[in-house]
Unconditional design. Structure first.
Length: 95
């Protein structure tokens, strides 16, 4: 995952000092730093059932259980419809 993130310095890799796959800037923004155990890659800060890394990838807020990635699958006759909510990627978000 580290190679899939981009920082504002445009070097292709976001700073990830602790090597957990989440950009340090994103961790500081959501967890206040890099050392809180609840903010670890396999932690679930908001206890919604998703690891923090999954929330980073989905673009959801790991500190808000109501912010979640949801898929809706409908079979309507011969058609199969897949619907999901998405969030825009903001410039400089480290995503």
């Amino acid at each position: 995952m580290r190679g899939n993130t981009i920082d504002e310095n445009c070097d292709g890799i976001a700073e990830d000092v602790d090597g957990d796959g989440m950009p340090d800037r994103w961790e500081r923004e959501h967890f206040g730093g890099l050392s809180d155990p609840g903010g670890s890659a396999l932690g679930d800060w908001d206890r919604d059932g998703l690891y923090n890394t999954a929330e980073f990838i989905a673009g959801t807020d790991p500190t808000n259980a109501a912010s979640c990635f949801t898929l809706f699958l409908n079979a309507d006759g011969a058609a199969l419809r897949l619907r999901f909510h998405a969030v825009p990627v903001e410039d400089g978000a480290g995503v």
